[in-house]
Design a protein around this ligand. Structure first.
Ligand SMILES: N[C@@H](CCC(=O)N[C@@H](CS)C(=O)NCC(=O)O)C(=O)O
Length: 238
């Protein structure tokens, strides 16, 4: 049996949920609470971040490592092309998604959402430990302060983050706008990585959480600015 340790709202965890579903692999989800997750994560690996996948006695973290592991252990519906050139291209797009899209999408979202504990708490506690809501009520101010600090979120960095993200989205959009797939003629880990790491900006269905009808400002306006450049994310998801 496979177990995915995750946060329901995390787009890096979504990348792995989607990979597991695409490959028709049965698995169990264990939702951890932000903050408290570190203890469990560090017990399983030398790292703190989620997703973490446990299969039999093997523990894998880092979403790209997990996808490589899944393709090796469960070769059906492979997400990694056999052709070496296409494989390299797919891995490069995945790396771009992990490093240049994922972390800035998260920063842009949390910069708004951490000001709205009423919106974010249900996502943080969904199907988690029974004491989640109480824990969040007590620790939210400290957690939110720590998260801002770790993500280096302040009025100055937010401007730089938006500029960087806008350029990265332009790069992806320019590449995919007239194509069906990022690499070659079939769906690969490149499509999966880019689309899942942009998914929160597109409020895609099938993500596993119910998005709010409208995000609060400034996130709503930021997302509206990107809308025209991200319609292909919905296409890849469907
Ligand atoms: N490079 C990692 C990034 C994962 C990541 O940033 N996970 C976030 C959730 S979106 C996390 O666990 N943050 C809490 C922490 O690092 O303590 C991957 O691809 O798996």
């Amino acid at each position: 049996m496979l177990t995915l340790y995750q946060f329901p709202i995390s787009h890096y965890c979504e990348k792995i949920r989607w990979a597991l579903e695409y490959k028709n692999i049965e698995y169990k989800k264990v939702n951890l609470l932000p903050g408290l997750h570190a203890k469990k994560a560090n017990k399983l690996t030398s790292n703190f971040s989620l997703p973490i996948l446990v299969h039999d006695k093997k523990v894998i973290n880092e979403s790209s490592e997990i996808i490589s592991y899944l393709d090796q252990a469960f070769p059906e519906n492979s997400l990694t092309p056999d052709d070496q050139n296409l494989k390299q291209e797919a891995m490069q797009w995945e790396q771009f998604a992990d490093e240049e899209l994922g972390s800035d999408v998260r920063r842009v979202c949390y910069n708004t959402l951490l000001n709205h504990p009423d919106i974010i708490t249900p996502y943080f506690t969904e199907n988690g430990p029974w004491y989640g809501k109480l824990y969040m009520k007590v620790t939210f101010p400290k957690l939110s302060h720590t998260m801002r600090k770790l993500m280096k979120l302040d009025d100055t960095t937010v401007i730089q983050i938006n500029q960087r993200l806008s350029q990265a989205i332009e790069k992806a959009h320019t590449h995919i706008k007239d194509k069906e797939f990022f690499v070659g003629n079939s769906f690969t880990r490149a499509d999966l990585a880019v689309a899942s790491l942009l998914a929160p900006l597109c409020k895609v269905k099938n993500y596993g959480i119910e998005w709010p009808e409208k995000f609060p400002e400034p996130l709503h306006s930021t997302i509206s600015e990107y809308e025209d450049k991200l319609d292909w994310v919905h296409r890849i998801y469907n």
